[in-house]
Design a protein around this ligand. Sequence first.
Ligand code: HEM
Length: 689
Amino acid sequence: ARVQGFREASYTTSRPSYRSECGIFPTSCPATKYRSHDGSCNNLNNPHWGTPYSRYERLLPSNYADDYSEPTESVFGRPLPNARIVSSKIYPEDPQEDKVWTLNTMQYGQIVAHDMSNIFLPKISCCAPNNEMLSEAPENCISIEILKQDTVYYSHNWTCMSVRRTITDKDMGCMGKRTSVDQISDVNNYLDLSTVYGQDEASVKKIRSHKGGRLKSVMKNGEEMLPAESNSKVCTRVCPNEPCYSSASDQRINQNPQLTLIQTIYVREHNRLADRLKELNPGWSDECIYQEARKINIGQHQHISYYEWLPITIGRQRAFDKKLIYDACGHVDDYNPKIPPWVFNEHANAAFRYFHTQIAGYLHLVDEARNTIKTARLSDWFNRPGILEEKGAFDALARGLNTQPEMHSDPFHDEEITLNLFRTPGKVMGADLKAICIQRNRDHGLASYNDVRVFCGLPRARKFKDFLDVMSEENIKKLKALYMHTDDVELTVGGSLEEVTPGKGQAGPTFLCILERQFYKTRVADRFWFENSGEQGFTLAQLQEIKKSSISRLFCDNTNIKSMQPQGFRKINPTNKVVSCNNLPSVDLTLWRDDNNTWCPSTNNTVTTAAPSTTTTSKDNAKKVPVVEAPTIETCSKIGTKSACATETTRPRTRPTPVTCPYHQTTDETEATSTEEPTSTTLSQSVQR
Ligand code: HEM
């Protein structure tokens, strides 16, 4: 039986138009069993913990060169090498595909990253020790014009060799206080699908349809898509009518097609859940259905993130040893109200970014037989999500994510992100993500690589050869050619050169040490964590259903894909063969049947017969309800070929486009020699049965 008496989660938080404090401070916390959208009141003793506009936490004290200088010299006054030069020497392109994991492993990582943090750049930049936000106070700002120029410079000029720094807190009004300030993240820190549901109560209002608990969506060519904005400036448009999706959920949603694809899948999943809950509980209100569907969706996301994705990323054994996951089907109840959920600056702005190494420059569009039918060049589609609305492209890209390998975790990076990031149509080059990441490390004054090594139990390197404990001689040589002293090596750079131990995660020891600390707190600091019992949690039987969710089933349920390998993060191989979607475990939602209509006591219990919706989710529903057909991008409809307004799509590549991906073949050398870890018990068992 469910505990009764909660109120529905609708309340306001205090958000002054002129923010003087970092974070959002709720005026009161309502008695509700649902999490808020901005993360407030998750921790009842510290209701502002985890809210947007809060500081990144630091594992180690900041390490700014000095209060006034440009971050082009180290804390010891020695000049630092130009970030773009470091990037080109340390992170050249040398494409090695990963032998075990699919591109979906990389892509899901970005979903997790965006859920947890986002540097807040415009206008406001830093947070003083007294929690004062140094931002809009005029005396602290140089001028908005300068900021604009800097933004332009930052966006377009990273390609040239004379790289300037990124916007720093010095620009933003923290001058003279560099050593004591922290940067700010503008999204809530909990792993709660805030990328889908938005960051506060105000933005979620724009995303919800307010009917049947659903999120807004539209049908286009028989596909459920996010509502597009016709005149949004956040996207690049080659054709005038290219869609651009709402930034009400997360401003980065349009950044690359595969990111948009997974976010769309999560919106479809919400609506699929909402439709089913409504069927089971016709008396539930819109609010009740919305909150329960959201809760299930987040539970599934947390399960997939921690039980499928995280063990690949940081190593299964480590995930168990560090109490990030449990070999248990029941509740875990490890919530610790004393631990704040803040994201570590060293995590978001160094360690977690390491996985940019896994990005592939070309996205495969794959048919149901797992043949690659086309490829799309990544830099043709930055901030151009319209590719997803091309006929058949959504499903083909979705299959591609689960078929194409991610790139191997090593210092090498695809030039699509080190030369062509955010390349605009007609331009031959774009920006350099790795140079940006190095500059970001400097701007944020992150503790040095050597200091973090010591924090993580490695000895301080006095000479470059002391790095030999975790790095190859060749990589040490590269560092020595660029840096004057071991203490000058930035965390971003040093950590990325550490050897990755096969079977023990996808990063070296220093980054793993940071990642494991972050993922521990992200879990135990969340009162609404899906494995917690209590009024806000799932019943034991429901939890066991949630634990059946998987990345593969998520894709099956929300695309037209008919078959999937059971472990979508793992490449197709003889022990992970493509099977009918019907054979994959699914969450039995009948456990959410509320015959007495007691779960949502404040619900208006009248059964409403809503007007036919113009939106729908599942394939079945798509046939039943009227559909709003949207115009297609006629002239841009041929992916990878030149058309009236297509971008330049080809550059000479040494890599041939693979033609087929024969999953049915039994010999797979890469799998035989791979260094993969033991498979997840739950998943592999369910598959083999
Ligand atoms: C095609 C894929 C990706 C692209 C194009 C991309 C691009 C970017 C860009 C442009 C930034 C902001 C850089 C700055 O201004 O400092 C960023 C930040 C970041 N990226 Fe990625 N990224 C991708 C995938 C990933 C993946 C796979 C991960 C991790 C698994 C990741 C983790 C992060 C993190 C943690 C940040 C900083 C977040 C924050 O602001 O707190 N990214 N990325």
